[in-house]
Design a protein around this ligand. Structure first.
Ligand SMILES: O=C(NCc1ccccc1)Nc1ccc2c(c1)[B-](O)(O)OC2
Ligand SMILES: [Zn+2]
Length: 262
C-alpha cells in the first residue's frame, strides 16, 4: 500500500478505514472508552518511568494527519520503562489529535467524556526488534504514553511547539526542531490506566501497550487554535482543508480489561 489513501473526512475517514485495513474490525483496536469503575486495580503494576533527559529531538513535520516531532532513536538515550513494560522502549516521536473550535478531539474517552486533545508519545521495543517498522507489527512492539489536554490557562512550554507550527502549515513540510525535551509536557502525577490495543491510524496494527495518564495537562484555547491553522493538504493542492478533528472514535473493548495503577 503506497501513499496515503485514508484521512478523517466523510469519504476516507474512520468509518471506511476497514475497506483497505480490515484489522480496523479486529479484537484489539484503539482508542477505547475508559470506564473508571470498570478498570481493575493491579497492585503489581509499578510506576511508569519516562527517562527523556538525554533525548535528541530532530524535526517537526506535518504528515497530512497530524504534527509530529521526531527523535533520534538509534540508541537508548530516551526511553520509557516500568509499569506494564518488561523492558525499556525507545522514544521515536510524539504527535497530537484535536477537535474543531469548541469541540473535543481526544481519541480515548473517560466515562464517555472526551478531552479537548490527546498527545501520543510513541516508543518501540528495541530490545526485541531491530526497527520501529518491525516492532510496529509485533504484539509487544510499541508503547504509547497518552496524555489528555484540557483547556484553561496557557501551557508554559507548549508555545515552543505552537511557535513552530507556521513552518509546517502544509502536508509534507518539515523543519528543524532541536533541544526539545517532552518531559515538560508531562502532568505532575504519573498515575495511569493501561491496556493492550492498536495504532489509532492506519495501518492500525495491534501492537500497542497503551499507557494513559489519568491527570490531564492544561493548554489554552489560543494555543489549541494554533494547531487548527495547520492544513491536511499540501501547499500546491487546490482544496484547502483545515487540520482538525483528526481523531478516531472509541472502538469496542471486546472483552479487554483496562488496568489501573495506584
Ligand atoms: O507510525 C505510524 N505510521 C507510520 C508507520 C511506519 C512504519 C510502520 C508502521 C507505521 N503510525 C502511528 C504510530 C504510533 C501511534 C499512532 C500512529 B497513533 O495511534 O496515532 O498513536 C500512536
Ligand atoms: Zn496518535
Amino acid at each position: 500500500m503506497t501513499g496515503c489513501n485514508w484521512g478523517y473526512g466523510k469519504e476516507d475517514g474512520p468509518s471506511v478505514w476497514h475497506k483497505n485495513y480490515p484489522i480496523a474490525l479486529g479484537k484489539r483496536q484503539s482508542p477505547v472508552d475508559i470506564i473508571p469503575d470498570e478498570t481493575v486495580r493491579d497492585f503489581s503494576l509499578g510506576p511508569i518511568v519516562p527517562d527523556y533527559d538525554r533525548c535528541t529531538s530532530v524535526n517537526i513535520s506535518n504528515n497530512g494527519h497530524s504534527v509530529v516531532v521526531e527523535f533520534v532513536d538509534c540508541d537508548d538515550r530516551s526511553v520509557i520503562r516500568g509499569g506494564p513494560l518488561d523492558n525499556p522502549y525507545r522514544l521515536k516521536q510524539f504527535h497530537f489529535h484535536w477537535g474543531g473550535k469548541g469541540h473535543d478531539g481526544s481519541e480515548h474517552t473517560v466515562g464517555g467524556v472526551g478531552y479537548t486533545s490527546e498527545l501520543h508519545l510513541v516508543h518501540w521495543n528495541a530490545i526485541k526488534y531491530r526497527s520501529f517498522r518491525e516492532a510496529s507489527k509485533s504484539s509487544d512492539g510499541l508503547a504509547v504514553l497518552g496524555i489528555f489536554l484540557e483547556t484553561g490557562d496557557d501551557h508554559r512550554w507548549l508555545h515552543v511547539i505552537t511557535d513552530a507550527l507556521y513552518m509546517v502549515k502544509y502536508k509534507g513540510s518539515v523543519t528543524d526542531f532541536k533541544d526539545f525535551n517532552p518531559r515538560c509536557l508531562l502532568p505532575s502525577s504519573l498515575h495511569y490506566w493501561t491496556y493492550l490495543g492498536s495504532l489509532t491510524t492506519p495501518p492500525l496494527y495491534e501492537s500497542v501497550t497503551w499507557i494513559l495518564l489519568k491527570e490531564p495537562i492544561t493548554v489554552s484555547e489560543r494555543q489549541l487554535a494554533m494547531f487548527r491553522m495547520l492544513q491536511f493538504n499540501a501547499e500546491e493542492e487546490d482544496e484547502r482543508m483545515r487540520m482538525e478533528n483528526n481523531f478516531r472514535p472509541p472502538q469496542p473493548l471486546e472483552g479487554r480489561t483496562v488496568l489501573s495503577s495506584n
